[in-house]
Design a protein around this ligand. Structure first.
Ligand SMILES: [Zn+2]
Ligand SMILES: [Zn+2]
Length: 247
């Protein structure tokens, strides 16, 4: 009976205009919340211990709060990463719906789930300024919006950290990181970002939050953090909705 009800709700949800907060984004059941309580419990209450620097799930031999083997072997330019979830089914569909299905109403939900993850951290140092991973002009024109910035807007309001949308800009177009091998990703992102006009003054001595929808290898976030540190940023923390789990 429950399954029939969920199926019925899903079909109904498909007929409703995208983005209305009239059904759960994951199971489609009707209700006022963007995510129903059972889905929240099922998909977002399990919090595996994660590396404080890159948010990679820690293995049995590694203990939180701690760094994963990758971060111990390869120093990162960023200092901390907060993620709301792993990038796996059905969460991946939410990300794709925002990015390629224009379901912008999902962005405030992602922001809220990042805030939930943040609130679970003990002794977390709050950033002083926020920016989103920028899109290249060509991709922005194609998509019409930057999904990272759409998440950053409600996140910035929720935790009262000022958003500086022009803090970081793309210096050139890059390939989609998801289409490349790990080595090619490094090359693709090298020197791909610059600071925006008057941004150097904003960055010096600050703790900067960088927002993105998905992190995989962390190459993009590392490139941005390295740029910010070169301009005197004191600390860089990433706020990301979903992290690709280890393969
Ligand atoms: Zn649900
Ligand atoms: Zn790590």
């Amino acid at each position: 009976m429950l399954y029939r009800l969920i199926d019925w709700s899903r079909r109904l949800a498909r007929r409703l205009p995208a983005g209305l907060p009239s059904s759960c984004a994951l199971c489609g059941i009707a209700g006022a919340a963007a995510l129903c309580a059972p889905c929240h419990t099922q998909f977002f209450s399990h919090r595996p211990p994660r590396c404080t620097q890159c948010a990679h799930p820690l293995t049995a031999g590694e203990q939180a709060p701690s760094l994963c083997g990758n971060c111990l072997r390869t120093p990162r330019a960023f200092d901390a990463t907060i993620v709301a979830s792993d990038y796996s089914a059905p969460i991946d569909h939410l990300v794709l719906a925002l990015k390629f299905g224009n379901q912008l109403a999902l962005a405030p939900l992602f922001a809220r789930l990042i805030v939930d993850a943040l609130l679970r951290e003990r002794a977390f140092a709050m950033p002083t300024i926020m920016a989103a991973v920028p899109l290249g002009e060509q991709r922005l024109a194609e998509r019409g919006f930057n999904q990272a910035l759409e998440i950053a807007k409600p996140l910035s309001r929720a935790i009262a950290i000022p958003l500086a949308p022009q803090l970081i800009l793309r210096s050139r177009e890059t390939f989609m990181q998801s289409s490349l091998t790990p080595d090619a990703r490094l090359h693709n992102m090298r020197d791909a970002f610059v600071l925006g006009p008057q941004a150097a003054e904003l960055v010096r001595g600050q703790h900067i939050a960088i927002v993105d929808d998905v992190v995989t290898t962390g190459v993009t976030l590392n490139e941005i953090a390295a740029l910010l540190k070169r301009y005197g940023a004191a600390r860089v923390t990433n706020f990301v909705f979903a992290r690709t789990p280890p393969r």
